[in-house]
Design a protein around this ligand. Structure first.
Ligand code: NAD
Ligand code: UPG
Length: 438
Protein backbone atom coordinates (compact mmCIF):
# COMPACT_ATOMS: atom_id res chain seq x y z
CA UNK A 1 0.00 0.00 0.00
CA UNK A 2 2.93 2.30 0.74
CA UNK A 3 4.27 1.61 -2.75
CA UNK A 4 0.91 2.41 -4.37
CA UNK A 5 0.83 5.66 -2.39
CA UNK A 6 4.39 6.48 -3.45
CA UNK A 7 3.76 5.83 -7.14
CA UNK A 8 0.25 7.33 -7.33
CA UNK A 9 0.29 10.67 -5.48
CA UNK A 10 -3.26 11.41 -6.66
CA UNK A 11 -4.66 8.29 -4.93
CA UNK A 12 -5.32 8.49 -1.19
CA UNK A 13 -4.29 5.25 0.51
CA UNK A 14 -5.42 4.62 4.08
CA UNK A 15 -4.17 1.47 5.81
CA UNK A 16 -6.56 0.35 8.54
CA UNK A 17 -5.96 -2.34 11.14
CA UNK A 18 -7.79 -3.14 14.33
CA UNK A 19 -4.42 -3.59 16.06
CA UNK A 20 -4.00 -0.20 17.74
CA UNK A 21 -0.34 -0.73 18.66
CA UNK A 22 0.60 -1.61 15.08
CA UNK A 23 -1.12 1.44 13.65
CA UNK A 24 0.56 3.63 16.27
CA UNK A 25 3.92 2.16 15.21
CA UNK A 26 3.19 2.83 11.52
CA UNK A 27 2.50 6.46 12.50
CA UNK A 28 5.72 6.71 14.52
CA UNK A 29 9.42 6.98 13.72
CA UNK A 30 9.91 3.26 14.48
CA UNK A 31 8.00 1.16 11.93
CA UNK A 32 6.79 -2.21 13.27
CA UNK A 33 8.76 -4.23 10.70
CA UNK A 34 12.33 -4.04 9.45
CA UNK A 35 12.40 -4.02 5.66
CA UNK A 36 15.24 -2.41 3.66
CA UNK A 37 14.09 0.80 1.93
CA UNK A 38 10.62 0.82 3.49
CA UNK A 39 11.29 3.69 5.91
CA UNK A 40 12.12 5.97 2.99
CA UNK A 41 8.99 4.96 1.06
CA UNK A 42 6.75 5.53 4.08
CA UNK A 43 8.45 8.82 4.91
CA UNK A 44 7.85 10.18 1.41
CA UNK A 45 4.17 9.28 1.26
CA UNK A 46 2.96 9.37 4.88
CA UNK A 47 0.86 12.45 5.61
CA UNK A 48 0.72 13.25 1.87
CA UNK A 49 -1.51 10.51 0.50
CA UNK A 50 -0.65 7.61 2.82
CA UNK A 51 -2.41 7.38 6.15
CA UNK A 52 -2.63 4.77 8.92
CA UNK A 53 -5.80 4.53 10.98
CA UNK A 54 -7.88 2.26 13.20
CA UNK A 55 -11.15 3.69 11.84
CA UNK A 56 -12.08 0.61 9.82
CA UNK A 57 -15.77 1.48 9.38
CA UNK A 58 -15.17 5.11 8.41
CA UNK A 59 -12.56 4.22 5.80
CA UNK A 60 -14.77 1.50 4.31
CA UNK A 61 -17.39 4.17 3.65
CA UNK A 62 -14.89 6.57 2.06
CA UNK A 63 -13.03 4.09 -0.20
CA UNK A 64 -13.61 3.09 -3.81
CA UNK A 65 -11.22 0.13 -3.71
CA UNK A 66 -10.69 -1.99 -0.57
CA UNK A 67 -7.66 -4.31 -0.39
CA UNK A 68 -8.18 -7.16 2.09
CA UNK A 69 -4.74 -8.12 3.43
CA UNK A 70 -5.61 -9.75 6.75
CA UNK A 71 -3.83 -12.86 8.01
CA UNK A 72 -4.91 -16.29 6.75
CA UNK A 73 -3.00 -18.62 9.10
CA UNK A 74 -3.15 -22.40 9.17
CA UNK A 75 -6.23 -23.54 11.07
CA UNK A 76 -5.40 -24.90 14.53
CA UNK A 77 -8.79 -26.40 15.44
CA UNK A 78 -11.65 -28.48 14.04
CA UNK A 79 -11.90 -29.86 10.52
CA UNK A 80 -8.66 -29.35 8.57
CA UNK A 81 -6.67 -28.42 11.70
CA UNK A 82 -2.95 -28.12 10.89
CA UNK A 83 -3.54 -27.77 7.14
CA UNK A 84 -6.55 -25.76 5.98
CA UNK A 85 -6.41 -21.95 5.94
CA UNK A 86 -8.31 -20.26 8.76
CA UNK A 87 -10.63 -17.88 6.93
CA UNK A 88 -12.29 -16.30 9.94
CA UNK A 89 -10.49 -12.95 9.49
CA UNK A 90 -11.44 -12.84 5.80
CA UNK A 91 -15.05 -13.56 6.66
CA UNK A 92 -15.10 -10.96 9.41
CA UNK A 93 -13.74 -8.31 7.01
CA UNK A 94 -16.38 -9.23 4.39
CA UNK A 95 -19.11 -8.81 7.01
CA UNK A 96 -17.66 -5.48 8.19
CA UNK A 97 -17.55 -4.19 4.61
CA UNK A 98 -21.13 -5.31 4.00
CA UNK A 99 -22.25 -3.59 7.19
CA UNK A 100 -20.63 -0.22 6.52
CA UNK A 101 -20.44 0.21 2.74
CA UNK A 102 -23.02 2.60 1.34
CA UNK A 103 -21.70 2.91 -2.23
CA UNK A 104 -20.30 0.56 -4.91
CA UNK A 105 -16.80 -0.82 -4.15
CA UNK A 106 -14.14 -2.98 -5.67
CA UNK A 107 -12.95 -5.55 -3.12
CA UNK A 108 -9.44 -6.88 -3.75
CA UNK A 109 -8.26 -10.12 -2.19
CA UNK A 110 -4.62 -9.39 -1.33
CA UNK A 111 -4.32 -12.08 1.35
CA UNK A 112 -3.30 -15.56 0.20
CA UNK A 113 -6.44 -17.67 0.28
CA UNK A 114 -7.76 -21.03 -0.94
CA UNK A 115 -9.31 -21.18 -4.39
CA UNK A 116 -12.99 -20.20 -4.43
CA UNK A 117 -12.72 -17.82 -1.49
CA UNK A 118 -14.00 -15.03 -3.74
CA UNK A 119 -17.26 -16.96 -3.96
CA UNK A 120 -17.63 -16.91 -0.18
CA UNK A 121 -16.82 -13.19 -0.03
CA UNK A 122 -19.34 -12.45 -2.79
CA UNK A 123 -22.05 -14.44 -1.04
CA UNK A 124 -21.48 -12.71 2.32
CA UNK A 125 -21.47 -9.28 0.65
CA UNK A 126 -24.57 -9.98 -1.42
CA UNK A 127 -26.56 -11.29 1.55
CA UNK A 128 -25.80 -8.39 3.86
CA UNK A 129 -25.24 -5.22 1.92
CA UNK A 130 -28.67 -3.75 1.27
CA UNK A 131 -28.28 -3.60 -2.50
CA UNK A 132 -24.79 -2.02 -2.69
CA UNK A 133 -22.88 -3.42 -5.72
CA UNK A 134 -19.46 -5.06 -5.26
CA UNK A 135 -16.88 -6.51 -7.61
CA UNK A 136 -14.45 -8.97 -6.06
CA UNK A 137 -10.95 -9.21 -7.60
CA UNK A 138 -8.02 -11.44 -6.73
CA UNK A 139 -4.63 -9.70 -6.67
CA UNK A 140 -2.16 -11.98 -4.87
CA UNK A 141 1.08 -10.55 -3.53
CA UNK A 142 4.40 -12.02 -4.66
CA UNK A 143 6.89 -9.86 -2.74
CA UNK A 144 9.47 -11.62 -0.58
CA UNK A 145 10.44 -10.23 2.80
CA UNK A 146 13.85 -8.61 2.91
CA UNK A 147 13.50 -7.50 -0.73
CA UNK A 148 9.92 -6.19 -0.58
CA UNK A 149 10.62 -2.65 -1.81
CA UNK A 150 12.73 -3.92 -4.70
CA UNK A 151 10.15 -6.57 -5.62
CA UNK A 152 7.30 -4.06 -5.53
CA UNK A 153 9.23 -1.43 -7.51
CA UNK A 154 10.05 -3.86 -10.27
CA UNK A 155 7.75 -6.90 -10.03
CA UNK A 156 8.17 -9.90 -12.34
CA UNK A 157 4.43 -9.67 -12.78
CA UNK A 158 1.26 -8.32 -11.21
CA UNK A 159 -1.63 -10.78 -11.30
CA UNK A 160 -5.25 -9.65 -11.31
CA UNK A 161 -8.16 -12.08 -11.48
CA UNK A 162 -11.77 -11.09 -11.93
CA UNK A 163 -15.13 -12.16 -13.26
CA UNK A 164 -15.32 -12.35 -17.02
CA UNK A 165 -18.39 -10.09 -17.14
CA UNK A 166 -18.53 -6.44 -18.32
CA UNK A 167 -18.56 -5.26 -14.66
CA UNK A 168 -15.73 -7.65 -13.76
CA UNK A 169 -13.64 -6.51 -16.75
CA UNK A 170 -14.22 -2.89 -15.79
CA UNK A 171 -13.10 -3.52 -12.21
CA UNK A 172 -9.98 -5.30 -13.48
CA UNK A 173 -9.23 -2.36 -15.82
CA UNK A 174 -9.47 0.01 -12.83
CA UNK A 175 -6.93 -1.99 -10.83
CA UNK A 176 -4.69 -2.47 -13.87
CA UNK A 177 -4.76 1.32 -14.16
CA UNK A 178 -3.32 1.67 -10.65
CA UNK A 179 -0.36 -0.66 -11.23
CA UNK A 180 0.24 0.59 -14.77
CA UNK A 181 1.49 3.88 -13.27
CA UNK A 182 4.82 2.15 -12.69
CA UNK A 183 4.65 -1.47 -13.92
CA UNK A 184 5.12 -2.26 -17.61
CA UNK A 185 1.74 -3.13 -19.07
CA UNK A 186 2.89 -6.53 -20.39
CA UNK A 187 3.82 -7.54 -16.84
CA UNK A 188 0.27 -7.05 -15.61
CA UNK A 189 -1.61 -10.28 -16.21
CA UNK A 190 -5.37 -10.60 -16.00
CA UNK A 191 -7.07 -13.98 -15.55
CA UNK A 192 -10.28 -15.42 -14.23
CA UNK A 193 -10.71 -15.38 -10.45
CA UNK A 194 -9.87 -19.02 -9.82
CA UNK A 195 -6.67 -18.99 -11.90
CA UNK A 196 -5.43 -15.99 -9.96
CA UNK A 197 -6.28 -17.43 -6.53
CA UNK A 198 -4.70 -20.77 -7.42
CA UNK A 199 -1.58 -19.27 -9.05
CA UNK A 200 -0.49 -17.76 -5.75
CA UNK A 201 -0.53 -21.11 -3.96
CA UNK A 202 1.14 -22.82 -6.91
CA UNK A 203 3.91 -20.18 -7.16
CA UNK A 204 4.81 -20.72 -3.51
CA UNK A 205 4.58 -24.49 -3.86
CA UNK A 206 6.97 -24.46 -6.86
CA UNK A 207 9.43 -22.16 -5.09
CA UNK A 208 9.42 -24.27 -1.93
CA UNK A 209 9.70 -27.43 -4.01
CA UNK A 210 12.97 -26.19 -5.51
CA UNK A 211 14.42 -25.67 -2.04
CA UNK A 212 13.30 -29.09 -0.83
CA UNK A 213 14.65 -30.65 -4.03
CA UNK A 214 18.11 -29.14 -3.60
CA UNK A 215 18.02 -29.85 0.16
CA UNK A 216 17.26 -33.52 -0.51
CA UNK A 217 20.27 -33.56 -2.84
CA UNK A 218 22.42 -31.90 -0.15
CA UNK A 219 22.19 -35.09 1.89
CA UNK A 220 23.31 -37.14 -1.12
CA UNK A 221 26.20 -34.74 -1.67
CA UNK A 222 27.34 -35.25 1.91
CA UNK A 223 27.19 -39.02 1.42
CA UNK A 224 29.10 -39.01 -1.87
CA UNK A 225 31.67 -36.24 -1.68
CA UNK A 226 29.84 -33.94 -4.10
CA UNK A 227 29.37 -30.25 -3.30
CA UNK A 228 25.77 -29.03 -3.41
CA UNK A 229 26.70 -25.50 -4.50
CA UNK A 230 28.66 -26.93 -7.43
CA UNK A 231 25.73 -29.18 -8.35
CA UNK A 232 23.28 -26.25 -8.08
CA UNK A 233 25.53 -24.12 -10.26
CA UNK A 234 25.90 -26.89 -12.85
CA UNK A 235 22.18 -27.63 -13.13
CA UNK A 236 21.15 -23.97 -12.82
CA UNK A 237 23.07 -23.09 -15.98
CA UNK A 238 20.46 -25.07 -17.89
CA UNK A 239 18.04 -22.32 -18.85
CA UNK A 240 15.16 -24.75 -18.48
CA UNK A 241 16.05 -25.18 -14.80
CA UNK A 242 17.33 -21.68 -14.02
CA UNK A 243 19.79 -20.59 -11.34
CA UNK A 244 17.54 -18.98 -8.74
CA UNK A 245 16.15 -20.56 -5.57
CA UNK A 246 18.64 -23.42 -5.57
CA UNK A 247 20.49 -22.42 -2.42
CA UNK A 248 20.64 -25.36 -0.09
CA UNK A 249 19.98 -24.42 3.52
CA UNK A 250 19.00 -25.56 6.98
CA UNK A 251 15.42 -25.46 5.65
CA UNK A 252 12.97 -22.85 4.44
CA UNK A 253 11.04 -20.77 6.93
CA UNK A 254 8.74 -17.79 6.79
CA UNK A 255 5.03 -17.30 7.25
CA UNK A 256 4.11 -18.36 3.72
CA UNK A 257 5.66 -21.49 2.21
CA UNK A 258 4.57 -24.11 4.72
CA UNK A 259 1.17 -22.52 5.32
CA UNK A 260 0.42 -22.21 1.61
CA UNK A 261 1.54 -25.73 0.69
CA UNK A 262 -0.54 -27.20 3.51
CA UNK A 263 -3.45 -25.11 2.28
CA UNK A 264 -2.88 -26.46 -1.27
CA UNK A 265 -2.72 -30.07 -0.11
CA UNK A 266 -5.89 -29.66 1.91
CA UNK A 267 -7.62 -28.23 -1.15
CA UNK A 268 -6.43 -31.16 -3.28
CA UNK A 269 -7.88 -33.64 -0.80
CA UNK A 270 -11.13 -31.69 -0.61
CA UNK A 271 -11.39 -31.97 -4.38
CA UNK A 272 -10.74 -35.74 -4.26
CA UNK A 273 -7.08 -35.66 -5.36
CA UNK A 274 -5.13 -37.46 -2.59
CA UNK A 275 -2.21 -38.33 -4.93
CA UNK A 276 -1.65 -34.65 -5.74
CA UNK A 277 -1.87 -33.80 -2.04
CA UNK A 278 0.71 -36.47 -1.17
CA UNK A 279 3.13 -35.15 -3.81
CA UNK A 280 3.12 -31.61 -2.38
CA UNK A 281 3.06 -32.78 1.25
CA UNK A 282 6.48 -34.32 0.68
CA UNK A 283 7.92 -30.83 0.04
CA UNK A 284 7.09 -29.92 3.64
CA UNK A 285 8.24 -33.36 4.83
CA UNK A 286 11.74 -32.91 3.37
CA UNK A 287 11.93 -29.45 4.91
CA UNK A 288 11.09 -30.79 8.38
CA UNK A 289 13.67 -33.52 7.89
CA UNK A 290 16.34 -31.02 6.79
CA UNK A 291 15.82 -28.90 9.92
CA UNK A 292 16.07 -31.98 12.17
CA UNK A 293 19.05 -33.28 10.22
CA UNK A 294 21.04 -30.09 10.85
CA UNK A 295 20.56 -30.20 14.63
CA UNK A 296 21.22 -33.96 14.58
CA UNK A 297 24.53 -33.46 12.76
CA UNK A 298 25.69 -31.04 15.44
CA UNK A 299 24.94 -33.53 18.21
CA UNK A 300 26.59 -36.36 16.30
CA UNK A 301 29.77 -34.40 15.55
CA UNK A 302 30.11 -33.31 19.15
CA UNK A 303 30.65 -36.95 20.19
CA UNK A 304 26.91 -37.63 20.53
CA UNK A 305 26.43 -35.33 23.47
CA UNK A 306 25.85 -31.62 23.73
CA UNK A 307 24.60 -31.73 27.31
CA UNK A 308 25.81 -28.60 29.15
CA UNK A 309 27.92 -27.59 26.13
CA UNK A 310 27.46 -24.02 24.90
CA UNK A 311 26.33 -23.81 21.27
CA UNK A 312 26.27 -20.41 19.57
CA UNK A 313 23.36 -19.98 17.15
CA UNK A 314 24.05 -17.14 14.73
CA UNK A 315 20.84 -15.75 13.26
CA UNK A 316 17.24 -16.26 14.27
CA UNK A 317 15.20 -14.53 11.53
CA UNK A 318 13.87 -16.85 8.80
CA UNK A 319 16.16 -15.14 6.26
CA UNK A 320 18.49 -12.14 6.22
CA UNK A 321 17.29 -8.54 6.07
CA UNK A 322 14.10 -9.14 7.99
CA UNK A 323 13.18 -9.28 11.68
CA UNK A 324 10.43 -11.80 10.93
CA UNK A 325 10.88 -15.11 12.74
CA UNK A 326 7.68 -16.90 11.72
CA UNK A 327 8.43 -20.60 11.02
CA UNK A 328 12.17 -19.83 11.14
CA UNK A 329 14.37 -22.93 11.00
CA UNK A 330 16.25 -21.43 13.95
CA UNK A 331 13.28 -22.20 16.21
CA UNK A 332 13.50 -25.93 15.43
CA UNK A 333 17.29 -26.00 15.69
CA UNK A 334 17.24 -24.28 19.10
CA UNK A 335 14.48 -26.55 20.40
CA UNK A 336 16.28 -29.71 19.25
CA UNK A 337 19.53 -28.59 20.88
CA UNK A 338 17.77 -27.62 24.11
CA UNK A 339 16.09 -31.02 24.21
CA UNK A 340 19.63 -32.47 24.24
CA UNK A 341 20.38 -30.17 27.20
CA UNK A 342 22.76 -27.91 25.31
CA UNK A 343 23.29 -24.34 26.50
CA UNK A 344 22.07 -22.40 23.48
CA UNK A 345 23.20 -18.81 23.03
CA UNK A 346 21.53 -16.96 20.14
CA UNK A 347 22.51 -13.76 18.39
CA UNK A 348 20.48 -12.02 15.69
CA UNK A 349 21.11 -8.45 14.54
CA UNK A 350 17.41 -7.56 14.24
CA UNK A 351 15.35 -9.90 16.42
CA UNK A 352 14.83 -8.78 20.03
CA UNK A 353 15.81 -11.14 22.88
CA UNK A 354 12.28 -11.52 24.28
CA UNK A 355 11.01 -12.64 20.89
CA UNK A 356 13.78 -15.23 20.49
CA UNK A 357 12.91 -16.69 23.89
CA UNK A 358 9.13 -16.59 23.36
CA UNK A 359 9.39 -18.17 19.88
CA UNK A 360 11.60 -20.99 21.12
CA UNK A 361 10.01 -21.77 24.48
CA UNK A 362 6.48 -20.38 24.22
CA UNK A 363 5.16 -17.10 25.59
CA UNK A 364 6.21 -16.46 29.19
CA UNK A 365 8.33 -19.64 29.48
CA UNK A 366 11.95 -19.53 30.64
CA UNK A 367 14.85 -21.96 30.38
CA UNK A 368 18.22 -20.98 31.87
CA UNK A 369 19.93 -22.92 29.07
CA UNK A 370 18.60 -20.47 26.44
CA UNK A 371 20.30 -17.08 26.38
CA UNK A 372 20.58 -14.22 23.89
CA UNK A 373 23.84 -12.39 23.19
CA UNK A 374 24.30 -8.76 22.15
CA UNK A 375 26.69 -9.65 19.34
CA UNK A 376 28.20 -12.65 17.56
CA UNK A 377 31.43 -12.50 19.57
CA UNK A 378 29.60 -12.73 22.88
CA UNK A 379 27.50 -15.63 21.53
CA UNK A 380 30.59 -17.56 20.41
CA UNK A 381 32.78 -16.93 23.47
CA UNK A 382 33.39 -20.27 25.18
CA UNK A 383 31.12 -22.17 22.76
CA UNK A 384 31.94 -25.73 21.73
CA UNK A 385 30.23 -25.13 18.39
CA UNK A 386 28.85 -22.35 16.19
CA UNK A 387 25.75 -22.92 14.07
CA UNK A 388 25.05 -20.34 11.35
CA UNK A 389 21.31 -20.47 10.81
CA UNK A 390 20.49 -17.14 9.08
CA UNK A 391 22.64 -15.80 6.23
CA UNK A 392 23.15 -12.27 7.62
CA UNK A 393 26.01 -10.61 5.71
CA UNK A 394 27.84 -9.71 8.94
CA UNK A 395 28.48 -13.41 9.64
CA UNK A 396 30.65 -13.62 6.50
CA UNK A 397 33.19 -11.14 7.81
CA UNK A 398 33.50 -11.97 11.50
CA UNK A 399 37.03 -12.27 12.89
CA UNK A 400 36.91 -16.05 13.07
CA UNK A 401 40.52 -16.37 14.26
CA UNK A 402 39.63 -14.29 17.32
CA UNK A 403 36.47 -16.36 17.85
CA UNK A 404 38.44 -19.62 17.51
CA UNK A 405 40.89 -18.48 20.18
CA UNK A 406 38.03 -18.16 22.68
CA UNK A 407 36.49 -21.60 22.09
CA UNK A 408 37.23 -24.99 23.71
CA UNK A 409 38.91 -27.43 21.29
CA UNK A 410 38.04 -29.07 19.05
CA UNK A 411 36.05 -26.02 17.96
CA UNK A 412 33.19 -26.81 15.58
CA UNK A 413 31.37 -24.63 13.05
CA UNK A 414 28.24 -25.74 11.17
CA UNK A 415 27.28 -23.44 8.32
CA UNK A 416 23.56 -23.94 7.70
CA UNK A 417 23.63 -21.39 4.88
CA UNK A 418 26.92 -22.08 3.11
CA UNK A 419 28.07 -18.46 3.44
CA UNK A 420 31.53 -18.81 5.01
CA UNK A 421 34.79 -20.03 3.52
CA UNK A 422 35.16 -23.51 5.02
CA UNK A 423 38.74 -23.97 3.78
CA UNK A 424 39.83 -20.73 5.48
CA UNK A 425 38.09 -21.75 8.71
CA UNK A 426 39.80 -25.15 8.64
CA UNK A 427 43.07 -23.33 8.16
CA UNK A 428 42.37 -21.48 11.41
CA UNK A 429 41.72 -24.83 13.09
CA UNK A 430 37.94 -25.16 13.04
CA UNK A 431 36.20 -28.46 12.40
CA UNK A 432 34.02 -26.70 9.82
CA UNK A 433 31.20 -28.20 7.78
CA UNK A 434 28.48 -26.83 5.52
CA UNK A 435 25.23 -28.16 4.15
CA UNK A 436 25.77 -30.59 1.28
CA UNK A 437 29.55 -30.34 1.40
CA UNK A 438 30.76 -33.88 1.02
N1 NAD B 1 4.18 -11.34 4.76
C1 NAD B 1 4.42 -11.51 3.47
O1 NAD B 1 5.53 -11.36 3.00
C2 NAD B 1 3.30 -11.89 2.53
C3 NAD B 1 3.56 -11.93 1.16
C4 NAD B 1 2.53 -12.31 0.28
C5 NAD B 1 1.28 -12.61 0.79
N2 NAD B 1 1.06 -12.53 2.14
C6 NAD B 1 -0.29 -12.83 2.63
O2 NAD B 1 -0.85 -11.61 3.14
C7 NAD B 1 -1.71 -11.89 4.25
C8 NAD B 1 -1.26 -11.09 5.45
O3 NAD B 1 0.05 -11.48 5.82
P1 NAD B 1 0.89 -10.69 6.90
O4 NAD B 1 2.23 -11.33 6.95
O5 NAD B 1 0.81 -9.23 6.65
O6 NAD B 1 0.04 -11.04 8.24
P2 NAD B 1 0.05 -10.32 9.64
O7 NAD B 1 -0.55 -11.27 10.60
O8 NAD B 1 1.40 -9.73 9.90
O9 NAD B 1 -0.95 -9.06 9.48
C9 NAD B 1 -2.34 -9.18 9.33
C10 NAD B 1 -3.01 -7.98 9.98
O10 NAD B 1 -4.43 -8.05 9.76
C11 NAD B 1 -5.06 -7.47 10.88
N3 NAD B 1 -6.47 -7.89 10.93
C12 NAD B 1 -6.97 -9.14 11.08
N4 NAD B 1 -8.31 -9.13 11.03
C13 NAD B 1 -8.69 -7.84 10.83
C14 NAD B 1 -9.95 -7.19 10.68
N5 NAD B 1 -11.09 -7.90 10.70
N6 NAD B 1 -9.97 -5.85 10.51
C15 NAD B 1 -8.81 -5.14 10.49
N7 NAD B 1 -7.59 -5.70 10.59
C16 NAD B 1 -7.53 -7.04 10.77
C17 NAD B 1 -4.25 -7.98 12.06
O11 NAD B 1 -4.45 -7.15 13.19
C18 NAD B 1 -2.81 -7.89 11.50
O12 NAD B 1 -2.17 -6.68 11.85
C19 NAD B 1 -1.65 -13.41 4.44
O13 NAD B 1 -2.73 -13.99 3.77
C20 NAD B 1 -0.34 -13.80 3.78
O14 NAD B 1 -0.35 -15.14 3.33
C21 NAD B 1 2.03 -12.17 3.01
O1 UPG C 1 17.37 -20.80 -2.55
C1 UPG C 1 16.76 -20.57 -1.50
C2 UPG C 1 15.80 -19.53 -1.37
C3 UPG C 1 15.15 -19.36 -0.16
N1 UPG C 1 15.43 -20.16 0.90
C4 UPG C 1 14.69 -19.97 2.17
O2 UPG C 1 13.29 -20.02 1.88
C5 UPG C 1 12.59 -19.21 2.81
C6 UPG C 1 11.67 -18.24 2.08
O3 UPG C 1 12.45 -17.28 1.42
P1 UPG C 1 11.82 -16.22 0.40
O4 UPG C 1 10.93 -16.92 -0.54
O5 UPG C 1 12.92 -15.44 -0.17
O6 UPG C 1 11.00 -15.25 1.39
P2 UPG C 1 9.42 -15.09 1.70
O7 UPG C 1 9.24 -13.71 2.25
O8 UPG C 1 8.94 -16.25 2.48
O9 UPG C 1 8.71 -15.07 0.24
C7 UPG C 1 7.96 -16.16 -0.26
O10 UPG C 1 6.65 -16.14 0.25
C8 UPG C 1 5.95 -14.90 -0.03
C9 UPG C 1 4.64 -14.98 0.70
O11 UPG C 1 3.69 -15.74 0.03
C10 UPG C 1 5.80 -14.76 -1.53
O12 UPG C 1 5.10 -13.55 -1.82
C11 UPG C 1 7.18 -14.74 -2.18
O13 UPG C 1 7.04 -14.67 -3.60
C12 UPG C 1 7.92 -16.01 -1.78
O14 UPG C 1 9.26 -15.98 -2.30
C13 UPG C 1 13.64 -18.53 3.67
O15 UPG C 1 13.79 -19.22 4.88
C14 UPG C 1 14.89 -18.63 2.83
O16 UPG C 1 16.07 -18.59 3.59
C15 UPG C 1 16.37 -21.17 0.79
O17 UPG C 1 16.63 -21.91 1.74
N2 UPG C 1 17.01 -21.34 -0.40
Amino acid sequence: MAMIALKCPDITVTVVDMNVARIAAWNSGQLPIFEPGLDEVVQQARGRNLFFSTDVAGQIKKSDIIFVAVNTPTKTYGVGAGRAADLRYIESVARTIAEHADSAKIIVEKSTIPVKTADAIKTILASNSRGVKFQVLSNPEFLAEGTAVKDLTNPDRVLIGGERTPEGEQAMATLVGVYARWVQRDRIITTNLWSSELSKLVANAFLAQRISSINSISALCEATGADVDEVANAIGKDSRIGAKFLKSSVGFGGSCFQKDILNLTYLCESFGLPEVAAYWTSVVGINDWQKRRFAGQIVKALFNTVAEKKIAVLGFAFKKDTNDTRESAAINVCRDLLSEHAKVCVYDPKVPADEIIADTLGKGAQNPRLTVAKDAYEACAGAHAIAIVTEWDEFKTLDYAKIFAGMPKPAFLFDGRNIVDLAALRQIGFQATGIGKG
